[in-house]
Write a protein that binds this ligand. Structure first.
Ligand code: ARG
Length: 586
């Protein structure tokens, strides 16, 4: 099964070769969607120079050689030399019938690759911020899509579970007492826990004379040493912190409906044992050198102000390892142990320099072969109304759980207003599905590296390019089938495309397979979101103009029900790839 553009390509290519000679057999026909027809062939404009003819004449020659019997109703040269193609409805119907018969609705399986994908990656004992929300949502959609395309997706949640703050956090845990309410903050309000530790530490550091505010800072420092030395009691306390944080992460993941579980945790601490070896190997092979007491890798092409080389520091002068060393061990693991064909990092845009230096170092060391592609899926900022990074109105750090609760409350207000007839538990379920869906869709419907302003009222609206607008299409089709006591999954009839709105809907449905493949190639879920939004619009236009249950003929009714059932299948599959649920009713 092929999409119209794929089906057309060889036909137009052979027409070009017939019109201009065999040298042009490989020429790109430059097929584009068009406002005036179904497709525009733009090749004549590019080829005109090469063959030394006016583009309109080239277009005319190609048209003369085009054999589109049974495919197009109209072929016209327009403007400076575009060729406008209008498909015959019967051809569209035939292609759509194949998609309809395909259990995968036109999404072709790809040869399986191993694809580790690093996303979410919050930090232990800290609140997830909106940036983490966005990498979680975008990463999860990419993971779902690659899996649907047939790949072996290996989720890697690279949580920040190691480093010097753990000395301070462990001492604070001991001060408040394991199992205390304050320790419980790690689950409900991790920043409150972190800040309390930080305040004590800073006060002790700044105290004059030293020690007059207690020895918390001294204890924190020796605790770091114990942690690094693998002291069993310290490790137990560290585990306790990580476990409490996991409860917090998992609550958020469950609320969001993302696919991450404990099985996908692959935090920084996992690489501890590998770090000395990484440094030794790079140093002994002359890839790293000691500079000002720190072990550094200097790479070509990374210079700062005044052309000074920027180092990748892999061992600090105090002997400690950092984020870069861990990421070197990480890529080695992903390539070597996980057998990666591609490695995806869904991480904030500002980390691009860091990642590129890590990858270049890994290449130099031979840990990242040329045929393994590392990709940074850059995540942009989420802004508040003031166009600064989103905080609460008071300027305090935002609690993500509170934000999600607010979204569900707003969705609840919307559904209470539109569907007071539904019973209370059902309205609660729908509110959760559309409130969470709304927040996720806002992250997914814009390019992942762009900034956008977080506006809950707009996100939960039932109209416009919103999650709920798409979910509404699903609910509407369910209700059509409920009315006649039929199951959309069992609806298969010959497709007839008599009306322009049926034809437009059918043409759009043919594009599903291509758009899903595109998301797999570009890591841009917003392309799928845009496709589904247009599908929702095409469906609404169809539904307003073409009676389904009251169609004049039985065959037309059956055909329209089949179109509805296919929209339902494509929309629920598409929403699922984005990570949105499909409500029963709305
Ligand atoms: N924990 C980091 C943060 O919150 C993100 C880690 C991303 N992954 C990685 N392999 N560096 O910014």
């Amino acid at each position: 099964m092929v999409s119209p553009l794929v089906a057309l390509t060889p036909k137009v290519q052979s027409a070009i070769a017939a019109a201009l000679g065999d040298d042009f057999r490989e020429a790109d026909p430059v097929l584009r969607p068009s406002q005036f027809a179904d497709v525009q062939v733009n090749a004549a404009l590019a080829l005109a120079k090469k063959v030394g003819m006016p583009p309109r004449d080239v277009a005319a020659k190609i048209v003369a050689a085009l054999d589109l019997d049974g495919v197009c109703d109209s072929v016209e040269v327009s403007g400076p030399g575009f060729i406008n193609l209008t498909f015959s409805s019967a051809w569209i119907a035939g292609l759509l019938q194949e998609v309809e018969a395909d259990a995968r609705a036109g999404v072709a399986l790809q040869p399986t690759q191993n694809i580790p994908i690093d996303y979410s990656a919050p930090n232990v004992a800290k609140e997830m911020h909106v940036g983490h929300l966005r990498t979680t949502v975008v990463g999860d959609s990419i993971a779902r899509t690659l899996e649907h395309l047939g790949h072996n997706v290996i989720r890697q949640n690279h949580i920040g579970d190691w480093g010097t703050p753990f000395g301070m956090l462990i001492e604070h845990l001991l001060d408040v007492g394991e199992g205390s309410d304050e320790a419980g903050l790690l689950i409900t309000d991790p920043n409150a826990f972190y800040q309390a530790a930080r305040v004590k530490f800073d006060a002790a550091e700044k105290a004059e004379p030293a020690g007059s505010a207690g020895d918390f800072n001294v204890r924190a420092r020796s605790r770091v040493v114990l942690l690094q030395a693998g002291d069993p009691e310290t490790l137990r306390l560290w585990n306790e912190l990580v476990d409490l944080s996991k409860v917090y992460f998992n609550k958020l993941y469950a609320t969001l409906g993302v696919t991450l579980t404990d099985l996908h945790l692959a935090g920084e601490s996992m690489y501890n044992d590998a770090l000395p070896g990484i440094c030794e190997e790079l140093e002994s092979r002359g890839i790293a050198e000691v500079s000002d007491g720190a072990l550094c890798v200097f790479l070509d092409g990374y210079t700062g102000r005044e052309g000074k080389p920027v180092p990748l520091i892999i061992r600090k002068s105090d002997g400690g390892y950092g984020y870069a060393t861990t990421d070197l061990a990480t890529i080695k693991y992903r390539v070597h142990d996980l057998g990666a064909h591609r490695v995806l990092y869904v991480i904030g845009a500002p980390q691009s320099l860091h990642l590129n230096m890590v990858w270049d170092t890994a290449r130099k060391a031979g840990w990242l072969p040329d045929d393994v592609v590392p990709v940074h899926v850059q995540i942009g900022n989420v802004l508040g109304e003031d166009r600064k990074i989103l905080k609460t109105r008071s300027g305090a750090p935002l609690r993500l759980m509170a934000l999600l609760e607010e979204a569900v409350d707003k969705a609840r207000a919307v559904i209470d207003e539109t569907r007071p007839d539904l019973d209370e538990p059902l309205r609660a379920t729908i509110a959760r599905q559309i409130g969470i869906g709304a927040v996720k869709y806002a992250d997914l419907s814009v390019a992942h590296d762009s900034e956008y302003v977080f506006d809950l009222d707009r996100m939960v609206a039932l109209t416009g390019n919103t999650g709920p607008y798409l979910q509404y299409v699903v609910a509407r089709i369910r209700s059509i089938f409920r009315q006649v006591g039929l199951d959309p999954a069992a609806q298969h009839a010959p497709i007839l495309l008599g009306e322009p709105h049926e034809r437009a809907l059918a043409t759009h449905l043919l594009g599903f397979g291509d758009v899903v493949a595109e998301v797999g190639d570009t890591y841009e879920p917003h392309r799928l979101a845009g496709y589904l939004f247009e599908l929702a619009q095409a469906f609404s236009a169809f539904y307003e103009n073409c009676p389904v249950l009251k169609a004049e003929h039985d065959e037309v009714k059956e055909s329209r029900l089949t179109l509805c059932a296919l929209v339902f299948r494509v929309m629920t599959t598409g929403l699922d790839l984005l990570g949105l649920e499909s409500p029963e009713q709305m």
